[in-house]
Design a protein around this ligand. Structure first.
Ligand code: ATP
Ligand code: MG
Length: 405
């Protein structure tokens, strides 16, 4: 019995050693080529290139793992950088790597076939009747399989950008369905398309706080005026010794202000007539937006700005600072990625151009930019997201009517 087990262990050791032997040359070559992965040192006989030591392999799990000793001064980020990790994976014959620290001197590198973001992320729907203070909203799953969850009471304003068919709407359906389940959340906002807001909300408490369609720009302006007035009233009524609202109830909800394709609304507004003596419609909209972005948070309002590409008008330096949760699905225009996430996004430009629908780069306060997959409302078929969203919103309304009756 014992000897059988020892024989098995010996075979495993041998397989691990052979695995390392097979990869060691490719490992050295790729480390030499990638900046940050190797150091050049002068020795008596000339120059040599030092690379991290490929110490051993661990083949006991589902994916092979390399155990590597870092060179002095090397950071885990040197291995995780987008270009470095892609080159390592390609050189070793895998699709991707996942790098974990192991003590201060070592890293573990998991070698993966396929994308860890393959596979859907179902949006969890909380029971009804809960408070926004009790529930965290699932915003994504990361490459390590962790769910990213965010409290909307604690959370910042959100900006979502992405090219057409990249997954913006699906993300919004699942986020808004989760939020609409909460009794003390009001879903307000402006949506030219009238798909995200508007029709699904007919008969709900949210509907009167929504402006939809492109026929009437003034209706969108008037809605923003109402929201800013509500914001001002709330701020005037802040209790003594408080600088923001943190408690909500059905009579005083947290207000999610969805601005779906606000840039499109601005374009439409640039040709709209205004009353004599009034500023241009576009200027009015921008001023109202600016006030909501800068002061809405303390009044219990959370923006959800959805756009095909973040541009300087909507997400300039100031707004970017306020829109703390930033989500970029695939983009055609790579500069928009830098516009929303800053220079750190440059590492991701190339790969992100090919991101499948639903895969995004996410950046949140205290969370560096990283790849994730957004959740979706799982339905009976691929294209059922919108129908599920519609039902979710309608069910909530039906339930409130029952409670009232
Ligand atoms: N998280 C996801 N997981 C799996 N598939 C997704 C996900 N998100 C989106 N998709 C797929 O991509 C398709 C397009 O997504 P979506 O309608 O959200 O794009 P969009 O960015 O809103 O595009 P548009 O700008 O044209 O409105 C969806 O119908 C769905 O099939
Ligand atoms: Mg859409």
């Amino acid at each position: 019995m014992w000897s059988k087990q020892r024989a098995a262990e010996r075979a495993e050791d041998r397989a691990a050693r052979e695995f390392v032997d097979r990869l060691v040359n490719a490992w050295r070559r790729v480390c030499e080529r990638v900046p940050g992965l190797s150091h050049t040192v002068q020795v008596a006989s000339g120059t040599t290139v030092v690379v991290p030591t490929l110490a051993r392999a661990d083949l006991s799990g589902p994916d092979p793992v390399l155990v590597v000793r870092k060179i002095h001064g090397q950071l885990i980020e040197d291995f995780r950088a987008d270009e470095a990790s892609r080159r390592i994976a390609a050189a070793l014959g895998y699709d991707r790597i996942r790098v974990y620290p192991r003590g201060s001197e070592w890293v573990r590198i998991e070698l993966l076939i396929g994308d860890p973001l393959d596979g859907e992320v179902p949006a969890p729907l909380a029971g009804r009747g809960l408070s926004v203070s009790d529930v965290e909203i699932t915003i994504a799953r990361d490459e390590l399989g962790n769910l990213l969850r965010q409290s909307w009471v604690e959370g910042p304003h959100v900006c979502i950008q992405g090219a057409t068919r990249s997954g913006k709407s699906v993300w919004c359906y699942s986020a808004l369905a989760q939020l609409a389940r909460l009794d003390d959340v009001l879903i307000a906002g402006s949506d030219l398309s009238g798909l995200l807001l508007g029709r699904p909300y007919v008969g709900t408490r949210h509907h009167e706080w929504q402006a939809t369609g492109s026929a009437d720009v003034e209706a969108h302006r008037d809605l923003l005026v109402r929201l800013v007035a509500e914001m001002d009233t709330r701020i005037r009524n802040l209790p003594p010794r408080r600088d923001k609202f943190t408690r909500f109830h059905a009579g005083f909800p947290l207000i999610v202000v969805v601005l779906e394709e606000f840039a499109g609304l601005l374009r439409l507004a640039s040709t709209a007539q205004v009353e004599k003596g009034q500023p241009k419609m576009r200027e009015q909209l921008l001023a109202l937006y600016g006030r909501l972005v800068s002061e809405g948070h303390k009044a219990g309002m959370r923006l959800m700005v959805v756009t095909q590409r973040a541009d300087a008008t909507v997400v300039g330096g100031f707004e970017r600072g306020q829109l703390g949760l930033r989500i970029s699905f695939r983009l055609d225009d790579q500069e928009a990625l830098v516009m929303l996430h800053g220079q750190s996004a440059r590492d991701h430009l190339e790969e992100h151009q090919l991101a499948p629908p639903g895969v995004a780069l996410v950046q949140a306060p205290a969370r560096p930019l990283g790849r994730v997959r957004g959740p979706r409302l799982m339905g009976p078929s691929e294209d059922a997201d919108y129908a599920r969203y519609w039902d979710e919103i309608a069910d909530g309304a039906a339930r409130l009517h029952e409670v009232a009756a």
